[in-house]
Design a protein around this ligand. Structure first.
Ligand code: GDP
Length: 443
């Protein structure tokens, strides 16, 4: 029998009310011991928590009888006054009764093991708790509502039907396969493969919503990159100095732009250097620029010599900074030399002019890149891997053909197991350990 676990479900620290959650067979016994009675399941009861005649706190207590609970086990919730002293006393009592503190993700893991949630829903809970932007909240909720199961479930059903058809061919090897049947099987595999391929294409968007849209600030030293980073963040995370080469590593920060979260990277200034640390910073800056979803170049338009614009590509955002000091004609000259299809902005970060227009444009950019009426069918690398696996299996099945239907059937079975792994039906212990350990305690 599983040990009963407890953890703070609300945030750490002093609070008006904190919620402690219990799960496991001793939940009812603990409530009895502290409250002196067992309340009706799912009804909040106000009472005194008493040990050896001494009142520890007044609390709201809830009892959930398994399997009608989050984890599927007997559960309890104590809504207590959120002080260290109350918590310490209660934790002491729980431990003395044989309970132990929960590990990260353990409540969700028990819910998963008891069939209350599939793996994608457990992941969604973690995402919902972490959500900072409106889009993250909506995406996580869609996934928690079983959005993935609905979509993949249909594909899984199609695979099972395909498998049945192919197995029939395996079972009756002497019969000629009607052309209509083989055409249908091939047509169905192609259709499914194309659905999976478009889900893979779209999964980039899922990642961009969940982890943040990656924006790399690039440019030469002293152009004003750190100043722009801070202006976007509206604080002083990056160190701004007049000494060129101050930012030697990539600094990253989350910001919210409209309904979305963006990850802004302030990178080392790009220039020729003999300094080993600085050149490593420059290498990282270039790598960051290559993998970013958007590159935001900062150019010092007051520089007397012609600025180097190599590296700027169509689709990039370019900020012509230090407009307060730029000589007449310099900005027009820079604009004339820009590659086609870049988005141009003029700013003076010193006097805080031009940044509003940039912010508005970034918000519109994210809205266009990330909002669609449907949410993506994959949000994590794990999901993408499984989709790619299923796609590869279908590809192989098509290549094999009806000469050896048993091999075709095997590939369809493997595609099925890729879907099953997505929902945690076949995942091994280690994979589950890895997934749940990234959750926070009390979830
Ligand atoms: P980075 O090396 O590209 O990160 O550049 P910083 O943001 O550290 O800025 C380099 C220097 O330029 C600092 O002294 C800033 O105060 C100054 N600076 C940044 N933006 C402007 C601007 O728009 N106008 C003027 N005149 N100076 C600026």
């Amino acid at each position: 029998m599983k040990q009963t676990i407890f953890a703070l479900a609300s945030a750490q620290g002093r609070a008006g009310v904190s919620v402690i959650r219990l799960s496991g067979p001793q939940s009812a016994e603990v409530i009895q011991a502290l409250l002196g009675r067992l309340p009706k399941p799912r009804f909040a009861t106000l009472g005194r928590l008493v040990q050896d005649g001494e009142t520890i706190d007044q609390a709201l207590v809830l009892y959930f009888k398994g399997p009608h609970s989050f984890t599927g086990e007997d559960c309890a919730e104590f809504h207590i006054h959120g002080s260290r002293a109350v918590l310490d006393r209660l934790y002491g009592i729980f431990r003395s009764m044989g309970l132990r503190h929960a590990e990260a993700g353990e409540f969700s893991r028990r819910a998963f093991e008891n069939g209350k949630l599939d793996l994608t829903q457990a992941e969604a809970i973690s995402d919902l708790v972490e959500a900072e932007s409106e889009a993250q909240r909506q995406q996580a909720l869609m996934q928690l509502d079983g959005g993935f199961r609905e979509r993949y479930g249909q594909w899984r059903d199609n695979l099972i039907k395909l498998l049945a058809h192919i197995e029939a061919i395996v079972d009756f090897p002497d019969e000629d396969i009607p052309e209509s049947l083989s055409d249908k099987i091939v047509g169905d595999i192609i259709a499914l493969k194309s659905d999976i391929a478009s889900a893979i294409d779209d999964s980039r968007r899922g990642r961009q919503i969940r982890e943040g849209y990656r924006i790399a600030i690039m440019g030469k030293p002293n152009a004003g990159k750190s100043s722009l980073f801070n202006a976007l963040l509206e604080n002083d995370t990056a160190i701004v100095t007049p000494i060129a080469g101050t930012t030697r590593d990539v600094i990253e920060s989350h910001i919210r732009i409209g309904n979305y979260t963006a990850l802004i990277y302030d990178t080392a200034g790009l220039r020729e250097t003999d300094d080993v640390v600085e050149s490593e910073g420059i290498r990282r800056a270039r790598a960051r620029g290559d993998t970013a979803d958007l590159r935001l170049w900062v150019i010092d338009s007051s520089e007397s010599q012609a600025s180097d614009l190599s590296g700027i590509r169509a689709g990039d955002y370019v900020v012509l900074n230090k407009s307060d000091r730029a000589e007449a004609g310099k900005i027009d000259d820079l604009k004339a030399r820009m590659p086609d299809d870049v988005h141009l902005f003029e700013t003076s970060l010193l006097t805080d002019t031009g940044t509003d227009a940039l912010r508005v444009a970034l918000e519109a950019h994210l809205e266009k890149a990330l909002s669609l009426s449907t949410f993506p069918a994959a949000t994590r690398e794990r999901h993408m891997e499984r989709l790619r696996e299923a796609e590869a299996c279908l590809d192989r099945a098509l290549g094999i053909g009806f000469g050896t239907p048993e091999l075709m059937a095997e590939d369809i079975r493997q595609a099925l197991s890729a879907f099953d792994a997505l929902f945690g039906r076949t995942d091994v212990e280690q994979v589950l350990d890895h997934i749940f350990s990234s959750f926070c305690i009390g979830k």
